[in-house]
Design a protein around this ligand. Structure first.
Ligand code: HEM
Length: 384
């Protein structure tokens, strides 16, 4: 008796994806948090991790409806038991790893969406309600727990994969039984080829349908070149602070504001100013504390039609020095002309004391005003 073509296909698809996820997972967490490659890899990691979860559901459904071949008759009982136990552990881990990863991102205060292939949003698990998380410290503690669980189970999975491969090779080269060969893809059999081609067609068809769906759902304008700066009043003079390393992701839909999306990430260590004294202080612990908080982020949570035509009212969370702050502003969108693309702009005030900026060296407004203006501008282009 051998494995069915579908079981073989799911086995190898899962195996390759999981090994890649383990490698990429370890590599991406070794990168600096401000490194955009870390962000990009994490987004792909989440996509393929969710695919593993989907494959695992298919696998269990298939396994429940199709018998697996028995252990080799001449294998000792301990070996059969060990094999059954390790297979059971694999079944647990192929669910536990993706679910713990999904749980981690669902409670994270960074609140970054999981977008399958950057297109389809996978909603966060409703853990904030289930775990009754109401404050930031509890949220961080849960994120840490899920991360630990994800990391430790990843380690167990690596050990198990090593054991699994060694056992398969032992069966093949020492015991010389059919344990490895019965899981080998039977390339030449028409039924196998039909399953592969069929699966590819279904995958391509689903990708096309999802892409069409997401395009129909998606806002029209996406962000391009951006600039982020702050305007502070220092010794009575307007002083601009530029933040040249910024990344804005936006989908702006003026016709249907609630379908819009906007998030931004700024590298605090890139902050600079023509005022040398200001420029020198910006990375310090009591200002941006760039060493401990290399990025400041903004994540929009709600949109509504703005006060003027072509504008949106945006609510969201500005996270600076790891602390979230609710902010609201109006985003004005100007249409493209023959020689310039459409642009979105906003300028809104924040209170530096509320953001925990310069409270020690500038505890009053004698030298640096409490109000700081945040200015954001980015180009927009039609999506797709
Ligand atoms: C079988 C599937 C998966 C495997 C084998 C896997 C494996 C890993 C590994 C080994 C790491 C590095 C952990 C560390 O050293 O700290 C990692 C990190 C991570 N995983 Fe997964 N993962 C899977 C699925 C998922 C899913 C479905 C998600 C979310 C939807 C996810 C989200 C994350 C995130 C956000 C990190 C990085 C955390 C950080 O930046 O500190 N993973 N994963």
């Amino acid at each position: 008796m051998t494995y069915t073509h579908v079981a073989v296909l799911i086995h190898w698809l899962t195996a390759i994806t999981i090994i890649a996820l383990l490698g990429v997972g370890k590599f991406m967490v070794s990168l600096d948090e401000a490194d955009t490659l870390r962000f990009t890899l994490t987004q792909s990691h989440k996509t393929f991790g969710i695919l593993v979860l989907a494959l695992s559901v298919l696998r269990v459904a298939w396994r429940l409806s199709h018998k697996a071949p028995p252990h080799p008759a001449n294998a000792p009982t301990w070996e059969k038991r060990a094999a059954s136990l390790s297979h059971l552990a694999f079944y647990g881990l192929i669910f536990f790893l993706p679910l713990s990863g999904w749980a981690m991102v669902s409670v994270s205060s960074l609140n970054i969406d999981t977008l399958l292939f950057n297109q389809i949003e996978v909603p966060h698990l409703p853990l904030m309600e289930w775990l009754n998380i109401t404050d930031r410290a509890t949220q961080d503690a849960w994120e840490h727990r899920f991360h630990q669980a994800h990391n430790v189970s990843g380690g167990i999975l690596i050990a198990l994969i090593v054991l699994h491969i060694s056992a398969a090779l032992k069966h093949h080269y020492i015991d010389k039984d059919d344990v490895l060969t019965r899981m080998k893809p039977r390339y030449k059999e028409p039924a196998f080829i039909a399953w592969v081609v069929g699966s590819l067609l279904v995958a391509a068809g689903s990708a096309f349908a999802l892409n069409q769906y997401s395009q129909s759902q998606q806002p029209v304008l996406v962000a391009g070149n951006s600039s982020v700066s702050l305007l502070a009043v220092v010794s009575g003079e307007d002083t601009e602070i530029q933040l040249p390393e910024s990344q804005i992701d936006a989908n702006i839909q003026l016709d249907d504001p609630t379908a819009s999306a906007l998030s931004a990430s700024v590298t605090t260590g890139s902050a600079t100013s023509d005022n040398f004294q200001v420029a020198g202080s910006l990375p310090d612990a009591e200002w941006f504390d760039s060493a401990n908080f290399p990025t400041a982020t903004f994540e929009a949570s709600a949109f509504a039609a703005g006060p003027e035509p072509g504008s949106l009212s945006v609510d969201g969370v500005l996270t600076i020095k790891g602390q979230p702050h609710d902010v609201s502003f109006v985003l004005a969108v100007t249409e493209a002309t023959a020689d310039s693309p459409a642009r979105a702009r906003t300028t809104f005030p924040v209170d530096r004391f509320e953001l925990g900026l310069g409270e020690q060296s500038q505890p009053n407004t004698d030298y640096v005003d409490s109000t700081v203006l945040i200015r954001v501008e980015f180009e927009l282009s039609a999506d797709g």
